[in-house]
Ligand binder design. Sequence first.
Ligand SMILES: CC(C)(COP(=O)(O)OP(=O)(O)OC[C@H]1O[C@@H](n2cnc3c(N)ncnc32)[C@H](O)[C@@H]1OP(=O)(O)O)[C@@H](O)C(=O)NCCC(=O)NCCS
Length: 348
Amino acid sequence: MPKSIIAGIGMYVPANVFTNDDLTKYMDTNDEWIQERTGIKERRFANRFGETTTTMGVEAANIAIERAGITPQDIDFIIFATLSPDYYFPGCGVLVQRAMKMKEIGALDVRNQCSGFVYALSVGDQFIRSGMYKNILVIGSEKHSFAMDFNTRSRNVSVIFGDGAGAVVLQPTEDSNRGILSTHLHSDGDNAEILALYNPGTHANYWKEGLADYDDAEIGELFENHGMIDKGQNLAVMDGPAVFKKAIVKFPEVVMEALDQNGYSPADIKLLIPHQANLRISQFVQHQLKLRDDQVFNNIQKYGNTTAASIPLALCEAWQEGKIKEGDLICLAAFGSGFTWASALLKW
Ligand SMILES: CC(C)(COP(=O)(O)OP(=O)(O)OC[C@H]1O[C@@H](n2cnc3c(N)ncnc32)[C@H](O)[C@@H]1OP(=O)(O)O)[C@@H](O)C(=O)NCCC(=O)NCCS
């Protein structure tokens, strides 16, 4: 059975840099608080009307495809991970197919938030291993800036997130010293409402009271109405401390699961690329696993948390900086909304 290799990788971040000081023009926050709690110094925000989650993904994909030495017409499957899609439906995958003038190939969107890229990579890996596809494009992209509230009421959320995209091309290899060794996917839906955007949605307060105020109607319902918007019920919510507590347990656990399954220990890792949720979470994980500074890559300081884009962005930047060489043992690990968490262990 072949293994999957990352044959090409690309990243894209918008030109517009938004510093912590820039945020203070809109909300009651400050650079010191943000850096101390999250490590973030600045993030990128997309051109409001000139860029979308899909177009940023396409920018990253073009680089990944070129580096893989193929053309968009060679791609035989698209997997797109995002929580900020261009449309509620259809997904971004079909927009990539159209924008890149690809053949009438399959396109799948993954809705797994922060762990979306690792889930998408795992799905792609199964298709490569089974022999079904030979050139799979996996994209993680987010345009958070368009959906975030920049008032003080949402400051615990809006100071954290940024925009950007990363993409990889997966191809089969028979080289036993390279490729994705294993992927590990988990979820715990008990905490689904802790980090979420409830509306628009069809939940009708079924899972939890008070998530939305609906209009009086005998049949049908607008799943987003003016009242909800006025009350801010269409904004993302996050219980930050609860996320933090769970993340620092599940990150090391899922890294160790990947290492154990393949007979490795933390000392064998050349580079751990944790989802860039919060620098303090990454530092905690590093400490737990007793990893040296040079074994963990972080770039949240420059880009904030870019959710599904964060791992391919960090992986690409690390590779571009010469920190990843052929045959290196690389571990990807993510945790986030759902809760869902995941890891992938690969030999570059
Ligand atoms: C969000 C997070 C940075 C908040 O840090 P925290 O130390 O837990 O802070 P708290 O939410 O307990 O809030 C502490 C105080 O800071 C205030 N605060 C929140 N956001 C602020 C901001 N941007 N600027 C200034 N003050 C802020 C709060 O209002 C609170 O004030 P109070 O004590 O007067 O009530 C932190 O919980 C975190 O990073 N959690 C993980 C989130 C995450 O990774 N999400 C992505 C998952 S993939």
